[in-house]
Ligand binder design. Structure first.
Ligand code: NAG
Ligand code: NAG
Ligand code: NAG
Length: 175
């Protein structure tokens, strides 16, 4: 995975690099309202330079000691097409050893500092990502990897004890 990641990164060096990140949409869906529900899921523009996304999910069957996550970063070209990755991993294992996978760590760090997910399992409380700002995304994406301009979707699907529970999709544009 890491090799493919760097190969892609190299390819990007020769394509048009973006300089501006903008959230375009945030969509949260619970597939099991007895397990979880979204209390918040929105984007907000405070002013021209300060825009953020927030979401909050209430967990009804705590403690949650098992979580499997699928992350897919897709680019929109006539429908969303696979872009960099589409990976499934055990979130509890990952949180125990975050350096175990650099690709997941990169994606986690995109929102980690704004979230209370920042600890190992179990999760006993409602989970949130709060006031997740565009300026932070701009910095993370530009310093880590040069991405080509375009419309993207980060699709995340959440399973617990093998059952599909929720999805959170983040849509954004790089100009
Ligand atoms: C935008 O809003 C933030 C938070 O309220 C504030 O700190 C910042 O100064 C504002 N920026 C402008 C350009 O008004
Ligand atoms: C990720 O891969 C899985 C398995 O191939 C597929 O079912 C899923 O639709 C893909 N997700 C996205 C967002 O492309
Ligand atoms: C997670 O929390 C710990 C303890 O508060 C802190 O030291 C660490 O930097 C945090 N990590 C992230 C990625 O926010």
């Amino acid at each position: 995975i890491l090799f493919k990641f760097f190969l892609k990164a190299l390819t990007f060096l020769y394509t048009k690099i973006y300089s501006h990140f903008e959230f375009s949409n945030l969509k949260c869906v619970s597939f099991d309202e007895s397990f979880c529900s979204f209390e918040q899921c929105f984007l907000k523009s405070v002013n021209r330079s300060y825009k953020y996304g927030s979401l909050k999910v209430k967990l009804y069957k705590v403690p949650v000691n098992n979580a499997r996550v699928t992350l897919a970063l897709n680019q929109r070209l006539n429908g969303y097409k696979p872009f960099l990755y589409n990976i499934t991993f055990d979130a509890c294992k990952f949180m125990k050893n975050r350096n175990s996978n650099q690709v997941i760590l990169f994606l986690y760090n995109l929102f980690g500092p704004y979230s209370n997910l920042n600890h190992t399992c179990p999760y006993n409380n409602d989970v949130y990502v709060e006031k997740w700002p565009t300026f932070y995304m701009n910095r993370q994406l530009t310093t880590v990897l040069p991405f080509p301009q375009g419309d993207y979707g980060l699709f995340t699907t959440w399973y617990s004890y093998g059952v599909l529970r929720a999805s959170v999709n983040v849509y954004f544009t790089l100009k």
